[in-house]
Design a protein around this ligand. Structure first.
Ligand code: NAG
Ligand code: NAG
Length: 310
């Protein structure tokens, strides 16, 4: 019987890799699962725009319904039927999938052991009647650490177990989910773990030139990517290291700093003109980059806030 880890990989809005099906090809997780022997679930957001419900009270609350319960049910099914080690269950996602990763950490801390979110928002930041929350997305929803922490604790009232450790990535040039959400995330998760908002370490140029990896003890890690927009590209091996699924990633040992390796490995600059590559963002409220897709692709609106070259 298989007794191993389970990874939940959450899709972005329709299209950042189009949908869950394309995440299989668009990320390295399927290959890495073969190498390291874990199971991957790729849930697909059910709405037309492909965005997860991260705003209703139901989805934000343990076992109350919504998309988060749909995902939790898949995980529970896999644990019950595929011999998954229930103590080794993880979630990662990009954009809307990152927001859902935050939701899962808050509402299902009993299921998930760790999470990693690429370009998301704090748990509860989208809370409200509408699927999209512009106040949150533009980084104007500011709360105290206590308020953010209380929101997480309200996701599963009475939960007293160990909370999942949480890593999040954000680009400083993100105009879809503004980088203020990175700083609000730090307030939230340091409060949840009762640790200082001052990093215990902050390693520059890790894992890429222009990135910095700030740790707040062993359970909270915040990686800021200078000049990177929406979304920060997946770093699958790094994420698996964080989860402890594998320790083979070519990253630096703790406490050291990797110098930039040269101009060819610099992070992509914010968009200034020209054309957008396949899968790239080409429009949406707040977006200021180029809107013309490279040859062979056209700009398709996923929702008012996100258009993409498909
Ligand atoms: C959901 O609604 C209940 C009842 O109004 C409230 O007590 C709870 O705090 C809400 N949960 C979240 C996560 O906002
Ligand atoms: C970590 O250091 C980098 C480079 O100095 C800085 O830009 C970033 O804001 C720091 N991160 C945190 C969370 O303080």
């Amino acid at each position: 019987m298989f007794l191993g880890s389970l990874l939940t990989v959450l899709s972005a809005a329709a299209g950042a890799f189009a949908a869950a099906g394309q995440l299989v090809q668009g990320t390295q997780y399927a290959n890495l699962a073969d190498t390291h022997g874990f199971i991957v679930i790729y849930p697909n957001a059910p709405t037309a725009g492909g965005c997860w419900d991260v705003h209703t009270n139901a989805t934000l609350t343990h076992n109350a319904g919504g998309d988060s319960l749909g995902i939790a049910s898949m995980v529970r099914f896999a644990i019950a039927n595929y011999g998954v080690d229930a103590t080794q269950v993880f979630a990662t996602g990009t954009s809307s999938g990152a927001m859902m990763t935050n939701v899962l950490m808050g509402a299902y801390p009993d299921i998930f052991k760790a999470g990693s979110a690429f370009s998301g928002v704090p748990y509860g930041c989208f809370e409200g009647p509408d699927a999209w929350n512009s106040q949150c997305s533009t980084g104007q929803l500011i709360k105290t650490p206590q308020q953010w922490g209380d929101l997480v604790r309200s996701g599963y009232p009475g939960f007293t177990g160990t909370r999942p450790k949480f890593q999040f990535w954000h680009g400083t040039a993100d105009t879809t989910l503004y980088p203020q959400n990175f700083w609000e995330d730090i307030k939230q998760w340091t409060n949840v773990f009762g640790v200082s908002q001052t990093p215990t370490s902050n390693i520059t140029n890790d894992p890429l030139p222009g990135y910095s990896r700030a740790s707040f003890g062993p359970n909270v890690q915040a990686i800021l990517a200078q000049g990177v927009g929406h979304t920060v590209p997946e770093q699958a091996n790094d994420v698996l290291n964080w989860f402890g699924i594998t320790n083979t990633a070519p990253t630096s040992p703790p406490g050291t700093s990797v110098p930039p390796t040269g101009p060819t490995s610099a992070p992509p600059p914010p968009p200034t003109g020209g054309t957008v590559a396949h899968w790239g963002q080409c429009g949406g409220i707040g977006y200021t980059g180029p809107t013309v897709c490279e040859s062979g692709f056209s700009c398709v609106a996923a929702n008012a806030y996100y258009s993409q070259c498909l």
